[in-house]
Design a protein around this ligand. Structure first.
Ligand code: SF4
Length: 474
């Protein structure tokens, strides 16, 4: 049975709390210490009130969401706040509160170019030297359409290396400059961030780079090449100097999971280097040299889950695990789900998610047949993914042991379901690795086995912590 809009957390039009929040963001970024104290004063009583109103099986989920919000706020204030950044964030919040219709995607991920200056051995995007790239006019049109049709004001730019992207003499920073009412999160290896680039980022004011590291020096150099760690630190120095808020992009694998969020790493990057946030992704065997055995094991995955919540709850450091923290987003957010997203790559192929590299449509084809972005939401694959999400707890009244949002991902955690959707809807692989996956019984068996082992590992935690709310602080 569908929940009411307020219960599942969809935004309402013209809601005054968003306007108040937007104003608070501007003032707080100009006065971070006062902002932090004010937030504590407001949030703590509100938090208990909100939690008391939830049914027992929603309490821990709301507790997660509020803890993430607190960590995000504190992280933002730690990241050299400027009034300029506050104003951009205010515009984003105000636009959402005034215009976002329920039911539309909340952001887009765009990979404008495949080219990259590095060759990491297991790159999820299988980046290359060739300049496969979206035409700048198409890129710009995507952003305009997303703004007009869905009021989207938040875009994630990834790659390849986004700073390598050029088309018609323009790059990612031109896109930021031309869309000052939007916020851009850019995943980058950081190698191309020199003084001039950092100053340009500060000047446009609406971009935050998430720089990739694999852990400390040894791990980062081992995956990204000798000297990679020093180049990242040099980029961070320039961003500090120019006043660009930055975060980290982490890839957890079976090799680095046990040390990725250890004290040495956290103290170095969050205290000393003053990174504002980190997004943590798990190695996805869909890019160069795919190897399911390199994914973090289910046990490693749950240790990372525990550690990331410890950092967010106790130290207010925003470290978000893109998969296991699916409780915060009520499960998978792909396929253009309300408040969720979809991904567009350098060839124009449109997939439910960057980690689900099977395309339902191509934006160049859509535009040449006078269509628009909304056409993709009606494609069989996107419909199938959204139906799967609803069958897996999203918008459902009752959560069950089977709709476990600690393993929310159709393609990583429920591979047979994803394979069935891909085959049934005629979606096409966007690259050679996802193409090979469709042919390899060994790959399919390993992915299915991973899902089975993960289910055995998370089931008790899901049931006791979330469904019975037995241990809200664990
Ligand atoms: S498909 Fe998987 S990785 Fe992508 S949003 Fe859904 S859960 Fe996350």
């Amino acid at each position: 049975m569908p929940l009411t809009r307020s219960r599942i957390g969809l935004r309402r039009k013209k809601s005054w709390p968003f306007r108040v929040l937007g104003r608070a963001v501007i003032e707080a970024t100009a006065h971070p210490e006062a902002g932090s104290r004010l937030f504590d004063l407001l949030l703590l009583p509100m938090r208990s009130l909100i939690l008391r109103q939830q049914p027992p099986d929603r309490r821990r989920i709301w507790d997660d969401a509020l803890s993430l919000l607190t960590a995000m706020w504190t992280s933002m204030l730690r990241a050299w706040p400027t009034r300029r950044m506050g104003e951009v964030l205010h515009d984003v919040v105000a636009t959402y509160s005034d215009t976002v219709p329920g039911g539309s995607p909340g952001f887009l991920v765009i990979s404008p170019g495949k080219a990259c200056n590095l060759r990491c051995p297991d790159c999820y995007a299988n980046s290359a030297t060739e300049m496969n790239a979206l035409d700048y006019e198409v890129l710009s049109r995507i952003v305009q359409e997303a703004k007009e049709k869905w009021s989207i004001r938040f875009f994630t730019v990834t790659g390849g290396e986004p700073l390598f992207y050029r088309s018609k003499g323009k790059g990612v920073l031109d896109l930021c400059a031309e869309n000052q009412d939007c916020m851009f999160l850019m995943y980058t290896n950081g190698f191309l961030i020199n003084r001039k680039v950092a100053e340009s980022m500060a000047e446009v004011g609406n971009i935050t780079p998430a720089v990739s590291v694999e852990g400390m020096r040894e791990r980062t150099d081992a995956r990204r090449g000798q000297g990679a760690f020093d180049k990242v630190l040099a980029a961070i120095r320039e961003m500090h100097r120019a006043g660009v808020p930055f975060g980290l992009s982490l890839t957890a694998s079976s090799r680095n999971s046990d040390e990725l969020l250890d004290d040495e790493f956290v103290d170095f990057f969050f205290r000393k280097q003053r990174a504002a946030y980190a997004w943590m992704f798990h190695y996805m065997p869909m890019g160069r040299n795919p190897d399911p055995d390199s994914m973090p094991t289910p046990e490693q995955r749950m240790r990372l889950w525990k550690r990331s919540w410890e950092l967010m709850r106790e130290r207010r450091i925003m470290v978000v695990d893109f998969w296991t923290e699916g409780t915060v987003s009520f499960g998978c957010i792909s396929g253009g789900r309300p408040g969720g997203y979809f991904a567009i790559d350098w060839n124009g192929d449109i997939s439910p998610c960057v980690f689900f590299p099977y395309a339902a449509a191509n934006i160049n084809d859509i535009y040449s047949s006078r269509g628009s972005l909304t056409d993709v939401l009606k494609t069989p694959l996107f419909r199938a993914v959204r139906e799967w999400q609803e069958g897996y707890g999203y918008r459902q009244k009752d959560l069950t042991p089977e709709t476990d949002w600690l393993r929310p991902c159709p393609i990583r955690d429920h591979y047979p379901d994803a394979l069935e959707m891909i085959r049934r809807t005629g979606a096409w692989p966007t690259d050679s690795a996802p193409e090979g996956a469709l042919e390899s019984l060994e790959y399919q068996e390993k992915m299915s086995d991973y899902g089975r082992r993960l289910a055995e590992t998370t089931r008790d935690i899901w049931c006791s912590c979330y469904l019975r709310n037995s241990s809200p602080k664990s």
